[in-house]
Ligand binder design. Structure first.
Ligand code: MN
Length: 242
């Protein structure tokens, strides 16, 4: 199927299938963010082989980051959810319901980290590439140029003190770069649609780059961003589907 046909099919099928198709994954589960009631929240499959992002993100890093950290959030969340009113709810609903709620921090942190990490794996692509089409036009409108967009994303990633995330987001078609600490996510901000994210927790880069966060961020932005995924997310923003 051509890229255009895939995007059109995604628009017809709605958001969940759209993200699966945009990521180039086979729609086996139906959603990258699947939350089947019977088995609890599940760890979505990686959209590529564990060694596909090397040398920017090596198989060793992916094996720990996906296999231990991401899986760990899934295991912990399912324990925390057992017997609560949120058990069996979709992951995004759990994230939104617990954000900023007193006494719900553990649920929020684990649920949001699952969502953020799934979004991160889909924000990366073995082939990398460059933004095109309506997204590229929006980046030029918002930042002045694609290079200026990359510089703003870099600044967000490097100025996030301690653990957190750098994001490219859109709101009503307007793009900007933001950062969030710890498990915080733009998903909880009404009207804001995440386009891409870069994990800047130390576990994301320390095995490959040690303390050199700047080198990791530059390599990811130059060589491994999934601009097709960002474009698909941006299309939803333009359509006004918050
Ligand atoms: Mn991480």
């Amino acid at each position: 199927m051509s890229k255009q046909a895939r995007l059109a099919a995604g628009a017809r099928l709605g958001r969940r299938s759209f993200m699966t198709l945009a990521a180039g994954a086979v729609a086996v589960r139906g959603s990258l963010f699947a939350a089947e009631a019977a088995e609890g929240v599940v760890l979505p499959a990686l959209p590529y082989a564990q060694d596909a992002l090397a040398p920017v993100v090596t198989a060793q890093t992916v094996s720990f980051h996906y296999g231990k950290h991401h899986q760990g959030y899934v295991n912990t969340l399912n324990k925390l959810l057992a017997g609560t009113a949120l058990a069996g709810k979709p992951l995004e609903e759990i994230v939104r319901a617990t954000a900023g709620q007193a006494g719900q921090a553990a649920l929020f942190n684990n649920a949001a980290q699952i969502w953020n990490h799934t979004f991160y794996w889909n924000s990366l692509s073995p082939a990398g590439g460059t933004p095109s089409g309506a997204l590229a036009e929006a980046l030029v409108r918002g930042f002045g140029s694609v290079d200026a967009c990359k510089a703003a994303l870099t600044e967000a990633a490097l100025t996030q003190f301690g653990s957190g995330w750098a994001w490219l987001v859109a709101e009503k078609g307007q793009v900007r770069a933001v950062k969030t600490p710890n498990a915080e996510t733009p998903l909880t901000q009404p009207g804001v649609i995440p386009l891409l994210t870069i994990d800047v927790w130390e576990h994301a880069y320390y095995l490959d780059w040690q303390n050199r966060r700047a080198d990791y961020v530059k390599a990811v932005i130059d060589q491994r961003l999934n601009w097709a995924f960002a474009a698909a997310n941006f299309a939803r923003s333009v359509a006004g589907q918050a």
